[in-house]
Every structure is written in structure tokens, then in C-alpha cells.
Design a binder for this molecule. Structure first.
Ligand code: PMP
Length: 432
């Protein structure tokens, strides 16, 4: 870390300089000199460059579901790269692993007869889903249906569409609040009557789709209000609006089903996924698409249109091979039913924590996802820093919340120890 005088721009002052890597979503001067540089992982633990061992209670950014440095996933990548690193899936080209992964995804998809569009991550997936929604209505001769609705407090990644539809306004700061992708609007995150009122005031003839996380993640671990998701599905059907369920966090077992759509009885038109599809071992995401959307693009007719989207790494063979190995591990090790047990343990521990601690105002659990909301006298970022000092990762989120989403491979005792460490961090901060 070095200090120099700013020589450019209008922000005068001392410049704190460090590594050439510009980190994501960080106030840079406040992180330099205290970055947690992770060098190694082993199961549910990560190790810093100085050799500190930390329990990865968030599974990184909700991705390391089978734990870190799994030899079978590493082997799958190695074997595939020696055979063929990748070949693209444009026009009549494809690769065998991308095709195989498509079949695997269709088999567990909450959508019957789904097609899978593959790409590099969750933000990508959101862009594709929103573009396909607009393309669908344009092809149907209803091109006025362009607006994408999304919920307050929602997070859908930070590509152009995700930035524009986010229910977290700060992510649009300085980027033209309403103009990056202009046709977007927010709806209530918990009140279905208000959602209906918004649809009626905008007019369904202008609305292409509504996007919703089943359980809001970055917005503070918010399970759906009773009846909310069912209400969204009903409104989408009544008003001819496509339903896009963003399962980037919840997909691949996190809620005790392959997808949260199955847990909540949803039949989406599109499902976006990423993270858990490879447990983070390779950058991969995508969209599962219902027949209503894909069939028109498959009609045997020279006039049938093309969905103009793709990228060099869409359907990357090594990423797909890793995803297949990851699905094999999840299936063989029974990790989806195991999540149902872990949900009970986490609920029991968080309920008990709330009983004991006055500093805890709310706890929320859905699947193996937990949120602890702290009293306003405490700062969740400081509590999270203290937990890290104690050797446990938890992340501060909106609503003075702490995120708990460990890998699926932890023992019951590790959940107990994790919540105990967070309680200690809370108690120590409250005593300051
Ligand atoms: N949607 C949701 C619900 C997410 O939680 C995230 C990432 N946290 C994204 C989309 C974006 O995914 P990615 O960071 O892989 O682009």
C-alpha cells in the first residue's frame, strides 16, 4: 500500500494505492491494507495467505455448495482440458459436454421439456432472460410488451439488465438512474395487492416479464411472504406476463429441492441459474426456457426467426464437464435431502439465538439459507469483521442482516459452532 497525491480528475487528495486488481463493490481506500486474500480451500474451510483457517459460512458468494477444492471436480476439469478445452456452440457447432449438460439440466428442471441456454454466470443469465422475454413478445406481434418488472430489494447481478432492474437503488448510482435499460419498473417485494396495482397502472400491454428471486439473497435473505410467489404466478398468467424465476442462489439444492420453484410449486417461463451449477469451480450460468418460448424458434419453416444471442464461452466444454461432475457429487452424496436436515438444524439454532439475544431482532431461515437481523445499535459490518477474527465468515447484507449459507457438506455440529461464534461476535460488539 502506498500513498501518493492525486494528479488527475476532480477528486483531489491522497491516493491510497495497492495491488493492480480493482476489487468489486468495494470502497477501495477502506479495504486496502486489510484485504482477506484467500489462497487455499479445503471442504468448508478456506485459508488466508498468512495461513489463517476460516469456516466458510457463506460458501463464498453462495456458490461453494460441495465445498472447496473437491478432487473430483478438479479432475473433471483436467481431463476435459486435455481432451478439448472447449468448442463454441454457435450455428451448427456444439460440443458434447454442453449437450450432455443440457440434458442433465432438463431432467431436474422445474420446467417441463425445458431447453437450456448456457453462458458464463448469473448476470449473463439475467440479460439473456430479459432479452428473450422482449424477443418473445415482439415475435408474437405484441412488441409494446417491453417493461421488465422486478421486486424491491432484489439483486440480479450487475450487467446492464441486472443493474437496471435491481431493487437495490445504490447499484445504479451515477449510471443514469432510469436510462441504462429504460423499460424497467419495481414492484412491492411482499404485498401482492400492491403488485397488482402496479401492473394495472403501467398496463399489462407494456409489460414483458416479471423477475423474482424465490428467496431474496443479497437483499437480506428474505423468504417469500406467504402466498406471494403463488400470487405473482397468478398475476403473470392473468395478465399474460412472463414469469422469470432467478434461481442463481437457490438452484441446485440450496432449498432442499433441486430448485426453489419446486419447493414453492412454481411453473416459471424461464429460470436463471449460475453459482451452484458448478459449485463455483468454473464460471457458468444459464437460462432454462419453457416450450411456450422456445418452440416458435424451432418450427420447421424457412421463415422461423433466430434468437440473436450467444458468446464465445456459452456452453464452455470444461465448465460443462465440471458442472456434470458437480451434479454427480450432489446426487451420489445425497446433498439435496441433506439440506433439508441442515435447514432444521439452522432453524433450531437461530430460533434459540433469537430467544437468548436482545441484539437479534429477527431471524429468517428457508432451506440452508439464514439471515440474522441485528438491533440498530449494532453495525452488522463490524459484527461480521469480529466473526472473521473468530475464524468464521458471515457477510453483512441489507437490513442490518448477517448472511449464513454454508456448504452442504458441513456437520450438524459445525452449524452449532458457527451460530455460537456469531453469537459471541454479536455479544462482544453489543458490549462495546
Ligand atoms: N441473481 C442473483 C439472485 C444473484 O444472487 C446473483 C449473484 N449474487 C446474480 C444474479 C448474479 O450472478 P453473477 O454474480 O454470477 O453474475
Amino acid at each position: 500500500m502506498t500513498l501518493t497525491e492525486s494528479t488527475t480528475g476532480t477528486q483531489q487528495g491522497t491516493v491510497v494505492d495497492g495491488p493492480a486488481l480493482w476489487s468489486a463493490q468495494a470502497q477501495m481506500p477502506s479495504i486496502l491494507g486489510r484485504q482477506l486474500v484467500i489462497e487455499r480451500g479445503e471442504g468448508s474451510y478456506i485459508f488466508t495467505a498468512e495461513g489463517r483457517r476460516l469456516f466458510d459460512g457463506t460458501a463464498g458468494l453462495w456458490h461453494a455448495n460441495v465445498g472447496h477444492s473437491h478432487p473430483e471436480l478438479a479432475q473433471a476439469a483436467y481431463d476435459q482440458m486435455l481432451k478439448l478445452e472447449t468448442y463454441h456452440v454457435f450455428q451448427r457447432y456444439a460440443n458434447d459436454r454442453a449437450i450432455e449438460l443440457g440434458e442433465r439440466l432438463a431432467a431436474i428442471s422445474p420446467i417441463e421439456r425445458a431447453k437450456a441456454i448456457l453462458n458464463s454466470g448469473g448476470s449473463d443469465a439475467i440479460d439473456v432472460a430479459c432479452k428473450l422475454a422482449r424477443r418473445h413478445w415482439q415475435r408474437e406481434g405484441r412488441g409494446s410488451k417491453q417493461i421488465i418488472l422486478s421486486r424491491e430489494h432484489s439483486y440480479h447481478g450487475l450487467h446492464a439488465y441486472g443493474t437496471s432492474i435491481a431493487g437495490l437503488d445504490f447499484n445504479r448510482e451515477g449510471m443514469g438512474t432510469d436510462s441504462l435499460v429504460p423499460e424497467t419498473a419495481r414492484v412491492s417485494f411482499d404485498d401482492i395487492a400492491q403488485v397488482e396495482a402496479t401492473i394495472l397502472s403501467i398496463g399489462a400491454e407494456s409489460i414483458a416479464a416479471i423477475v423474482s428471486e424465490p428467496i431474496q439473497g443479497t437483499g437480506g435473505v428474505n423468504p417469500p411472504a406467504p402466498g406471494y410467489l403463488e400470487g405473482l404466478q397468478r398475476l403473470a398468467r392473468e395478465h399474460d406476463i412472463l414469469l422469470i424465476v432467478d434461481e442463481v442462489i437457490t438452484g441446485f439444492g440450496r432449498t432442499g429441492e433441486w430448485f426453489a420453484s419446486q419447493r414453492y410449486g412454481l411453473e416459471p417461463d424461464m429460470v436463471t441459474f449460475a453459482k451452484g451449477v458448478t459449485s463455483g469451480y468454473a464460471p457458468l450460468g444459464g437460462v432454462l426456457v419453457a416450450p411456450r418460448l422456445w418452440e416458435p424458434f424451432y418450427v420447421d419453416d424457412a421463415a422461423t426467426p433466430i434468437f440473436r444471442h450467444g458468446a464465445t464461452y456459452a456452453g464452455h466444454a470444461t465448465a460443462a464437464a465440471v458442472a456434470i461432475a458437480n451434479l454427480d457429487v450432489i446426487e451420489r452424496d445425497g446433498l439435496v435431502p441433506r439440506v433439508r436436515e441442515l435447514e432444521q438444524v439452522l432453524r433450531r439454532e437461530l430460533d434459540a439465538l433469537q430467544q437468548r439475544s436482545e441484539a437479534v431482532v429477527d431471524v429468517r431461515v428457508a432451506g440452508f439459507l439464514g439471515g440474522i437481523s441485528l438491533d440498530e445499535r449494532l453495525d452488522n459490518a463490524r459484527v461480521s469483521d469480529r466473526a472473521v477474527e473468530l475464524g468464521f465468515i458471515t457477510r453483512p447484507l441489507r437490513g442490518n442482516t448477517l448472511q449464513l449459507s454454508p456448504p452442504f457438506i458441513v456437520s450438524d455440529q459445525e452449524v452449532v459452532d458457527y451460530v455460537a461464534a456469531i453469537e459471541q461476535a454479536i455479544t462482544e460488539e453489543a458490549a462495546k
